[in-house]
Design a protein around this ligand. Structure first.
Ligand code: SAH
Ligand code: SF4
Length: 372
């Protein structure tokens, strides 16, 4: 069987080469061909010995994910649906901005956390993605866009794990992917330009802090345990007090001196001035005191059968004002790619829920409707 080299970080590549009787340091020669130049034909890797190229051709491959669909938004956002087999599909979204270009990637087909406001959560969990499947999203989009645009310099400047899945529940596959993103021989991104977003898997936040402390976003969504229990079921296992301790620990290792708290604004559920005041209380006198956090208010992107509504613009701004007045740094996230349902939280792909009945994506106008 051929090994997909996209699934190996530098150490992994070195070990693999050693197993083939090659010098492990060749990994530093091979990885840039794969990740920085996007070359899949081993014969084109001209600075490597012919014998090594022959060995690679026999035992290795560079296997991207089949693209099931692509949608281009009027604002430049592009969404791909990748086939990961067995009826499962995952999404990646490219979001260009003035000073950066961010790729939002998936870490699992479905998600087992089951947040109430998230369509991935509603679909259930199918399986973890492999390192190769995670890296393939970045590899493909980067090199595809370079080809289309006829450029050779890097396009994607930031990566966020905010697509489908809970990255910290797929830790063993996510870690080598992160290492490859940061490696000078891989994608060469700085730690502050790679963000893991988590619903709060406390033990893995601690592991990440010591293994590979990239930027961290924590999906908070509620100022107290009673409400958070109902929105993010994982809160019952790791309640706010524990989550805040883990955040404080993380900040000591983080590339910036803060964590970002994401807060999805749900009409009358978590968006009233009382909720905002409770949040200030939590951060200034409760479990979050002493923790430097920035708040990112995300407009809820509705999907069928969620039973939830988006907060009004006024409610979002009023909520933001309460936080800001108390000195908490707060931004309201712009939605991007609305016309192709690529906005945050609308990613769903298609998942065979192995934990229950198979759920299919709703289809609209014959096109795949992606709703997270
Ligand atoms: N599982 C991780 C990362 C993927 S979700 C996490 O929960 O953090 C990425 C972000 O999208 C999270 O902040 C999540 O709360 C948000 N999100 C999920 N569904 C949403 C929706 N319908 N509208 C807006 N944001 C949503
Ligand atoms: Fe999973 Fe994140 Fe969606 Fe919650 S918000 S169900 S953790 S993907």
């Amino acid at each position: 069987m051929q090994t997909n080299l996209l699934g190996l970080d530098l150490d992994g590549l070195g070990h693999w080469l050693a197993l083939q009787g090659e010098k492990p340091f060749r990994a530093k020669q091979l990885a840039p061909w794969l990740h920085q130049r996007g070359v899949t034909d081993f014969d084109a890797m001209t600075d490597m010995a012919k014998s090594l190229r022959a060995l690679l051709a026999q035992h290795a491959c560079v296997q991207a994910l089949p693209v099931r669909s692509r949608q281009d938004s009027a604002d430049g956002t592009i969404k791909w649906l990748f086939d990961v087999g067995n009826g499962d599909a995952v999404e990646a979204v490219f979001i260009p901005e003035d000073d950066r270009a961010t790729l939002c990637i998936s870490s699992q087909a479905g998600c087992a956390v089951g947040c109430r406001f998230c369509s991935t959560g509603h679909q259930g969990f199918s399986r973890n993605l492999s390192t190769a499947e995670i890296v393939a999203q970045l590899w493909y989009v980067e090199h595809q866009l370079r080809r289309e645009r006829g450029v050779s310099e890097r396009i994607i400047s930031n990566v966020v794990f905010m697509g489908m899945g809970e990255p910290l529940q797929n830790y063993d596959a996510v870690l080598p992917a992160l290492r490859l993103m940061l490696s000078d021989h891989g994608y060469g991104l700085s730690r502050r330009r790679v963000t893991v977003s988590t619903s709060g898997v406390v033990p893995c936040m601690q592991r990440l802090a010591s293994d590979c402390p990239v930027a961290l976003a924590v999906s908070l969504h509620a100022p107290d345990d009673a409400l958070r229990d109902t929105l993010v079921p994982l809160n019952r296992k790791y309640p706010l007090a524990e989550l805040m301790v883990a955040c404080r620990q993380y900040v000591k290792h983080a590339p910036r001196d803060f964590v970002t708290f994401e807060y999805c604004m749900l009409d009358q559920v978590n968006d009233t001035p009382e909720h905002a005041r409770a949040l200030v209380q939590l951060m200034q006198r409760g479990a979050g005191r002493g923790l430097y956090a920035k708040f990112n208010l995300i407009p809820f992107n509705p999907f069928a059968d969620s039973g939830l509504r988006a907060s009004s613009r006024e409610a979002v701004l009023a909520f933001a004002r309460v936080l800001t007045a108390a000195g908490l740094v707060t931004t309201v996230r712009k939605t991007r790619g609305d016309d192709i349902d690529a906005a945050c939280g609308q990613l769903a792909g298609e998942v065979n829920d192995r934990t229950g009945i198979t759920q299919r994506l709703a289809r609209r106008d014959g096109a795949v409707r992606l709703s997270k």
